[in-house]
Design a binder for this molecule. Structure first.
Ligand SMILES: *[C@@H]1O[C@H](CO)[C@@H](O)[C@H](O)[C@H]1NC(C)=O
Ligand SMILES: *[C@@H]1O[C@H](CO)[C@@H](O)[C@H](O)[C@H]1NC(C)=O
Length: 457
């Protein structure tokens, strides 16, 4: 799985950064708050670029900004200006201070099946004014060196010829073990290459531990108490604001579909359904260095950062193929931009049930990531909760999947609270392409890392 397609040796004036991208995995860096907080030096090249700047190559550092990052989201530069920052999962960070934004991934190397992450330095990333002018390349280094983190690559090694098997006994055991939700066989998946199924479920990407949701503040709880008991953007007083369910097929592009679906719904909401663009997920797969194509990516960097820095194009300009391709989006395709974006709660790990409900009702659907366990694939209805069961046929893999929360409710009979979630596995899966999942207990990470972006219609 870990075949390497790109070795980028970015030789800088002071030292050489080695940045190895693997072709079949999301980037495997793994850095958490405890290693990232502290003082960073951000070394920038000439601030004379546009968003066409290529920041994977060498550049000449021209200036250095010193910035102190503290938990959870305060960034202060060497002149005392206060800004914000966030981790982007455990893979990178974005700092916004003194009118400039700095985004990059942490530096790492892959050596055989070992991943060596340097949480005290970054790969070459992008900086620009918050108005998207004066682009530059930059890299960051911490003032104190940290020991590199070594760990076994946790990309799953799936034999090339392994086939997925739908397992009647597995489905039977799920249905016998609990009554909250129903499982069924999806025979159309039977016999498909295992690799394809795993990529659809979330990609054979580095698995990360989800942060615990931040406790809701008193003020948030008060505001959330005034919300309706149930809410669904597919039916607000009889009006549907959610675009049709799509199918990502066997490409690990869930993050692109969740991003596009959020922007589509929010534009419908903001224009009272007058504008109904459908966005090109292939453009996201093929045209941005902010994600890794069919190998994965994050909604924060797509609906958020890519939407703001480059803009999304409509489906017709680059129709979905579900494979990694060269970028074919015409240069003059009209673009739809993002006005603002953030993790719900303001930083990675800042979301919780209450602030997600508020963001959802006040602003529109929110994107979330969660852990897909093998039983989830068989979901056909009811309120999903992880059963702990797995199939005898297929290897036990847990992957990360991105989806769109469009509503919430409470089951009449059991009183169980749930989220209503739009998936991107076609409308033949689950409840016409949707699923319900337990709410209020951070089920499989659902309430850990909610994210929202506001499109400009
Ligand atoms: C920016 O400045 C550098 C150094 O003077 C130069 O090499 C580069 O071509 C310039 N780039 C643009 C886009 O003007
Ligand atoms: C929308 O919700 C209302 C009230 O709950 C319900 O009567 C109606 O049938 C729903 N419409 C659709 C299209 O589901």
């Amino acid at each position: 799985m870990e075949s390497l397609n790109k070795h980028l040796f970015a030789c800088l004036a002071i030292f050489c950064l080695v940045n190895v991208r693997s072709s079949n995995a999301d980037i495997p860096a793994h850095c958490l708050y405890d290693s990232v907080v502290g003082t960073w030096r951000l070394h920038e090249g000439h601030r004379n670029g546009t968003n066409e700047i290529q920041c994977s190559e060498s550049f000449d550092p021209q200036s250095t900004t010193v910035v102190e990052l503290s938990y959870p989201n305060v960034a202060i530069d060497n002149y005392g200006n206060a800004g914000t920052w966030t981790l982007i999962y455990d893979q990178g960070f974005e700092v916004i201070v003194n009118g400039r934004s700095y985004f990059t991934f942490f530096s790492y190397e892959v050596n055989g099946d070992t991943v060596i992450t340097h949480c005290d330095r970054t790969s070459v990333g992008w900086s620009h004014d918050v108005t998207s002018r004066n682009w530059a390349c930059y890299y960051g280094e911490k003032d104190v060196a940290l020991k590199p983190r070594m760990r076994k690559s946790n990309s799953f090694v799936i034999p090339k010829d392994a086939k997925h098997r739908e397992d009647p006994d597995f489905v039977k055991r799920i249905n016998e073990a609990q009554s909250s939700w129903k499982a069924k066989l999806y025979m159309e998946d039977d016999g498909k290459p295992m690799e394809e199924i795993v990529r659809k479920l979330g990609g054979a990407q580095a698995r990360f531990t989800f942060p615990k949701p931040a406790p809701a503040t008193y003020e948030t709880k008060l505001r959330a108490r005034k919300l309706p008991e149930s809410f669904d953007w597919r039916n607000v007083s009889g009006v549907n604001y959610v675009s049709p369910v799509r199918n990502q097929e066997s490409c690990g592009s869930c993050f692109a579909f969740a991003s596009a679906a959020m922007m589509e719904a929010r534009i419908r909401i903001k224009t009272n359904n007058e504008k109904q663009p459908v966005f090109s997920t292939q453009d996201i797969v093929s045209c941005t260095a902010y994600a890794q194509g069919c190998s994965g990516g994050f909604a924060y960097l797509i609906a958020g950062k890519y939407g703001m820095d480059y803009g999304l194009v409509e489906e017709d300009y680059n129709p979905y193929q579900g494979i990694d391709t060269a970028c074919t989006t015409p240069k003059d395709a009209p673009r739809h931009y993002t006005a603002e974006y953030s993790y719900v709660g303001g930083y990675y790990g800042g979301s919780n049930e209450e602030n997600m409900m508020l963001a959802l009702v006040e602003n529109g659907p929110v994107a979330v990531g969660f852990m897909v366990y093998p039983d989830f694939k068989q979901y056909s209805g009811g309120v999903y909760q992880y059963t702990g069961l797995s199939s005898r046929f297929n290897p036990f893999v847990i992957v990360n999947h991105a989806v769109l929360v469009v509503g919430y409710g409470v089951e009449a009979e059991t009183g169980m609270k749930y989220w209503i979630v739009k998936n991107s596995w076609g409308d033949g899966w689950g409840l016409d392409g949707y699923f319900l999942i337990r709410r209020g207990t951070n089920e499989v990470g659902m309430e850990s890392i909610a994210f929202e972006a506001n499109p400009i219609p």
